[in-house]
Ligand binder design. Structure first.
Ligand SMILES: *Cc1c(COP(=O)(O)O)cnc(C)c1O
Length: 383
């Protein structure tokens, strides 16, 4: 048996027993652009930081280990990771994507990728028949589970079986649960994407993105692409994400506890008409979550009765920040309609359930009572 997840967030086994860097327990930031060669045709293994950097490498190995991949690639942002991954495809390739994706991914697919003549089909992957929509030129299925922001749950194992049967890649954006709660590669996915900006970094202070894979063919292509396109994460940002990952487990557990309590409390509030949290037994994806994940996460979405009330809540909160992003130690509240999903066409938003009354919360690690007290005070002014 390998080591537990919390241990692997702190210790990279292959570093143990080595006393390089004076035995520094915190891995150093190798703030260097280039590396001196010992001689002609000789290399220390490091030539230029676009290609390799020791700090980034430690981070990549840590994330690969947490996801059960053979390799991970650390990029400047989550979107840089998805953009680089799409370099694997050719004009004319068909990709099936979850309809309720992170808005930035839809913006990328509908603008940049369409220009590159990729063909996209959006489906509700939790409900629709995916196999039926696979065509001769289909190369990948791209999903999120839970989805952003409607928290729909897809069965990763089931979709992986379909993908394998038709020799198409299954790509899972695992940002919402982090490797602490869910490991798609172990359920049959080929590639995992992360916005490292979110739970991996965890402090609302750094941008980063990851691609993780367990396939050597993809690994080789991506190593070439990262060297060629140059969107690797900087040494300092790599160090910040490494530092964030050290507390991934305790942050995830604590934020989840807050999300669970908040979901239960929100359900009882007069102005709240529906709560979407996969940790609630009435959530349609609850049983699948129990099977494929180790937790339910710290993201929850809810409807209030009117748009006016939704806006007043956003303007009424103080400690809870009205801000984009998620996955940090500070609780954030987001309005998908004008923030994360503003570039998604209105009819698509509405079809997915993103109404003007939809609010999304990413719970942080504050004392739960303070989160409830703040929302409760705002709700009282509305009733
Ligand atoms: C934020 C986010 C992204 C994009 O990541 P950035 O680091 O902001 O570029 C991609 N997918 C999901 C699910 C996200 O939440």
């Amino acid at each position: 048996m390998g080591r537990g997840l919390n241990t692997r967030c702190l210790h990279l086994e292959e570093r143990e027993g080595k006393t390089e860097n004076y035995g520094a327990v915190s891995y150093p930031i190798y703030q260097t652009a280039t590396y001196a060669h010992p001689g002609v045709d000789q290399s220390t293994g490091y030539d230029y930081s676009r290609l390799q950097n020791p700090t980034r490498e430690i981070l990549e190995k840590t994330v690969a280990g947490l996801e059960g991949g053979i390799d991970a690639f650390a990029l400047t942002t989550g979107m840089a990771a998805i953009t680089l991954l799409f370099e694997l495809f050719e004009p004319g390739d068909h990709i099936i994507a979850e309809a309720d994706l992170y808005g930035g991914s839809i913006r990328l697919f509908d603008n940049v990728s369409k220009k590159n003549r990729y063909e996209l089909t959006y489906l509700n992957c939790a409900k629709d028949d995916i196999e039926n929509r696979i065509k001769e030129n289909t190369k990948a299925i791209y999903i999120e589970t839970p989805t952003n922001p409607m928290m729909n749950i897809s069965d990763i194992e089931k979709i992986a079986e379909i993908a394998k049967r038709h020799h198409v890649l299954l790509i899972v954006d695992n940002t919402f649960l982090s490797p602490y709660f869910q490991n798609p590669l172990k359920l049959g996915a080929d590639v995992v994407i992360h916005s490292g900006t979110k739970f991996l970094g965890g402090h609302n202070d750094t941008l980063a993105g990851f691609i993780v894979t367990n396939r050597t063919d993809i690994q080789e292509k991506l190593r070439f692409l990262i060297k060629t396109t140059g969107s690797g994460l900087s040494p300092f940002d790599s160090w910040l994400i490494l530092r964030g990952i050290k507390t991934l487990g305790i942050r995830m557990e604590r934020s989840q506890e807050n999300a669970m309590k908040l979901a239960e409390w929100l359900k009882e509030q007069k102005i709240v008409t529906k709560v979407f949290y996969p940790g609630l037994p009435e959530h349609p994806g609850y049983e699948i979550m129990k099977r494929q994940a180790r937790g339910y996460g710290a993201m929850l979405t809810f409807y209030v009765d009117t748009k006016e009330h939704a806006l007043k809540i956003l303007e009424g909160v103080r400690m809870i920040k009205f801000a984009e992003s998620l996955g940090g130690v500070e609780t954030l509240i987001t309005y998908p309609e004008t923030q994360t999903h503003a570039d998604v066409p209105e009819e698509v938003r509405l079809k997915n359930g993103i109404t003007p009354c939809t609010l999304r919360i990413s719970t942080g690690i504050e004392d739960y009572e303070d989160l409830q007290a703040e929302l409760s005070a705002v709700f009282e002014t509305l009733e």
